[in-house]
Write a new protein. Structure first.
Length: 155
């Protein structure tokens, strides 16, 4: 049984998760972008790996989905005009993905939202408290990752 503090913390986490997802969906809708949240996160991954090049298999691995599933998602994003594909010069089996101008624009909008969200999150947090806060969030991330791994092994 959770004590009052843990209950409130759990309720807050659940509310944040739901609200962030709904807000991102609303922002996408209001901007006129015809994207899902998962497509937006694929665009973010391509942007994060822009300097080293991002293959479809890299994206699939990062998002923990199969290569065929990611290939389909990338084709949809290409049709919508957010990414382009090109074959590797050294290995024709490898397909690299880059953002188009429209992909860059939507990613900038997404990064702007997250930057402001994180600034609001740490507003009023003392420098001494920041390592504790980060450690607690890393513990949560580690727990979730472990639970996902256990769940995948059961399937």
């Amino acid at each position: 049984m959770l004590d009052a503090y843990a209950f409130e913390l759990n309720s807050t986490f659940n509310g944040i998760y739901d609200s962030v997802q709904r807000l991102e969906e609303q922002l996408l809708s209001q901007s006129g972008q015809q994207l899902s949240i998962s497509e937006l996160h694929i665009i973010e991954t391509v942007w994060q790996h822009r300097s080293s090049g991002c293959s479809i298999s890299d994206i699939a691995q990062e998002h923990q989905v199969t290569l065929p599933s990611m290939t389909i998602a990338i084709k949809k994003l290409e049709k919508k005009g957010y990414v382009t594909k090109s074959r590797s010069d050294t290995d024709g089996r490898v397909v690299y993905v880059k953002l188009t101008r429209m992909g860059e624009k939507v990613n900038s909008m997404h990064r702007y939202f997250h930057e402001h969200m994180i600034r609001a999150f740490i507003r009023g947090v003392d420098e001494e408290q920041k390592p504790v806060l980060l450690s607690a969030l890393k513990n949560m991330a580690s727990f979730i990752k472990h639970q996902l791994e256990l769940s995948e092994h059961r399937q």
